[in-house]
Design a protein around this ligand. Sequence first.
Ligand SMILES: O=P(O)(O)OC[C@H]1O[C@](O)(COP(=O)(O)O)[C@@H](O)[C@@H]1O
Ligand SMILES: [Mg+2]
Ligand SMILES: [Mg+2]
Length: 336
Amino acid sequence: MPQKNQTLGEFIIENQSSFKYTSGELSRLINSIRLAAKVVNHEVNKAGLVDIIGTAGDTNIQGEDQQKLDVYANEKFIRTLTKRNIVCGIASEEEDDFIAINSQDKNNQNKYVVLIDPLDGSSNIDVNVSVGTIFSIYRRVTPLGTPVTKEDFLQKGSEQVAAGYIVYGTSTMIVYTTGCGVNGFTLNPAIGTFYLSHPNMQFPLDGKIYSVNEGNYIHFPQGVKNYIKYCQMEEGDRPYTSRYIGSLVSDFHRNMIKGGIYMYPKSSKSSNGKLRLLYECNPMAFIAEQANGKASDGFNRILDIEPTELHQRVPFICGSKNMVEKAEEFIQKADN
Ligand SMILES: O=P(O)(O)OC[C@H]1O[C@](O)(COP(=O)(O)O)[C@@H](O)[C@@H]1O
Ligand SMILES: [Mg+2]
Ligand SMILES: [Mg+2]
C-alpha cells in the first residue's frame, strides 16, 4: 500500500518495478508531465490577472474557439515532452494532426506516444471554476527508429500503459494509473512538490450524484431521459443530487471521491455526443476501471472501442459501477 505523503518523485521511483515494461522511460515521462503541470498551474492560478483569459482568435479542428489558456497549456506540454526527448509522438485536442518527434531519427529509441487534452473545461477558465489536463500514454506499435504513424495513436483504450489528469481546483492534483491502481498527489504550492494525498483511490460502488448537462434534456435519447427521471424520483435513496461543473476532470474527480455518475450522451444535436475518445474518454475510462468504476457508451465498454479518427467523439457514461449499469439498463431497454 503506497505510503501517504511520500512525494510523487519518490512514488514514481518506488513503483517503477511494478510496471511490466520497466526501463525508467515511463518514469521520466511521468516526471515530465509533472513538470509541465506545475508550469501550467502557475498560469492557471493567475487567470484573471494576466492576459491569459479570453479567446486566442483561432479555432481548433473541432471548430471550437481556442482559449488563450488552451493554446498556452498545449504549447507547454508539447514543449516539455519534446525538449526532454522522451516520446516519439504527441497528439493533442488543439493540434489538427499528430506530431512526430524526431521519429525519423534511426536512433530514436523512444517507445511512447502521448495523447493530451491540454486544458479540459475551457468554458470555465474565465469564470474561476476548476479546469484540468488529461493525458493518455501508449507504447508505439510501429518499429523503433521509424517515423510514427496514425496507427501508433489509433489504439484501443485497453492498450494504454498509463493515463491521468491534473485538476487545477481548490488545490492542484495529479491523479494517474499505470495499471496498478489509481493514486492522487496534491501540490504543496509553497515548495512546488506533489505529495501522495489520495492513495489507492476507489469509486464507491454506488453514489447519490448525477452529472449531466440537463440543458440538453429534450435532445437526449429516451433511455437517457428515463434514467435522469429515475435519478430524480422520490424513492429509496433517491432523488440523487444533480452536480455539473462543466469540466469533465472536475466532475469525474468529485464523483470518484463521493460516488456518482457523469454522462455526456449522444443527442439529436450531436449523434456521437461531445467528448473525444482518444484524449478524454479512454484515459478517464482507464482510471475509472482501475478505481473499480465503469465507463461505457451505453452499450460498449469504452476501452474496447476501436478508434478510427484522432478527434472522434463517443457518447460517454462513467462513474460508480452500479450507477453506470443502471443507466445502461435504461438506455438499452429504450433502444429495443
Ligand atoms: O458545456 P457542455 O456542452 O456541457 O460541455 C462540457 C464538457 O465539455 C468539456 O469542456 C470538453 O472539454 P474541453 O474543454 O477540453 O473542450 C468537458 O470538460 C465538459 O464536461
Ligand atoms: Mg476536454
Ligand atoms: Mg480541452
